[in-house]
Ligand binder design. Structure first.
Ligand SMILES: Nc1ncnc2c1ncn2[C@@H]1O[C@H](COP(=O)(O)OP(=O)(O)OP(=O)(O)O)[C@@H](O)[C@H]1O
Length: 306
């Protein structure tokens, strides 16, 4: 498992990771979610020993990664999808990795097959598309059959088939009992892949919870009611103890389902023109949670002009 304790990283006066504590357990996929610049890559680089913490510690199965004798056998990582020599073929790149980590070369064919690159394995990797580069990066991460796998934005640049493939692969690796830590800035993607979520914003942990609990806590729903008798219905619902808001000539009601509203309104002989259950997406929940910690905020044309 991966364990961070009071882990911090500063670059000059910029605090990229701010004294975070978390544990990534084996046998499940843990999603690492956060907006751009939240500190995901920096944290992952420290897990791998590519960056030294400014303070605090991070260990992988009890060891600091830098001290491990055969890194690819203990931890596999996709950090930079283009960390290969552009003039070298995928097969040669993987052979070189295997040789330098004491891994049998038979493993090269196995991982090429696993990521679906066998037919292009002899081509120069520099000619690969972004998605092919990602697949080669994942092959490199898995070549040592590691118990711990860290993937930084693995679906970047992948087509829908590739995205489903990464999802299934992450799940399978976890089912095999490995520790799987996957970063993304897409909540909806993580909801489909991860069992557990660690959400980070401006270098701090905002949530560390099961995906199921995250959804139950953050994905709110409400009923939209449109009616010529809006005020009367609003009063009835408020009196019954429900939270009612008026938005764009409609009522937004929380804590009651559409059928119960329909029955209530019917009992009072009032007309309803619309009764819709609206679920906020998980993406909305994530945006709300991280709203105060988004570093790079885009503006509308109106805001730029103002
Ligand atoms: N080598 C560096 N030198 C200076 N600042 C850095 C360096 N690496 C990262 N940072 C800063 O640290 C913060 C966290 O960056 P990091 O790349 O870890 O975020 P991230 O969550 O991975 O974002 P993204 O989703 O955009 O990859 C950012 O503000 C970034 O600009």
């Amino acid at each position: 498992m991966i364990r961070a304790q009071a882990l911090s990283k500063t670059f000059g006066d910029k605090t990229a990771v701010d004294a975070i504590d978390f544990t990534v357990k084996p046998g499940r996929v843990t999603g690492f979610l956060g907006p751009n610049g939240a500190g995901k890559s920096t944290t992952m680089r420290m897990i791998l020993g590519l960056d030294a913490p400014t303070s605090g510690t991070v260990t992988v199965n009890g060891h600091r990664h830098l001290t491990s004798p055969a890194p690819l056998r203990s931890i596999g990582a996709l950090i930079d999808a283009h960390a290969f020599h552009p003039g070298r073929s995928a097969r040669d790149h993987l052979r070189w990795l295997a040789a330098s980590n004491g891994i049998p070369t038979t493993r090269v064919g196995e991982v090429l097959e696993l990521v679906g690159l066998e037919s292009v394995a002899g081509q120069r990797a520099g000619r690969y598309s972004l998605g092919m580069g990602q697949r080669l990066g994942i092959a490199a991460a898995l070549i040592g059959d590691p118990p711990v796998v860290v993937l930084d934005e693995p679906v970047n640049g992948l087509d829908p088939e590739g995205i489903r493939w990464v999802r299934a692969l992450a799940r399978r690796l976890a089912e095999e009992g490995r520790t799987v830590f996957v970063s993304s800035h897409l909540m909806s993607e993580m909801a489909l892949t991860a069992d557990h979520l660690i959400v980070i914003g401006r270098g701090q942990i905002l949530a560390d919870t099961s995906t199921e609990d995250f959804i139950a806590t953050h994905a709110v729903s409400y009923v939209r009611v449109k009616s010529p008798a809006r005020a009367e219905i609003g009063a009835l619902l408020t009196r019954a103890g429900h939270e009612v808001e008026v938005v764009d000539n409609a009522l937004h009601v929380q804590g009651i389902d559409p059928a119960a509203i329909g029955d209530l309104v019917h009992r009072h002989g009032l007309a309803v023109h619309e009764l819709t259950l609206v679920r906020s997406s998980l993406e909305d929940a994530f945006m709300t949670l991280t709203a105060d910690s988004v570093e790079y905020v885009s503006k509308t044309r109106e805001e730029v002009a103002a």
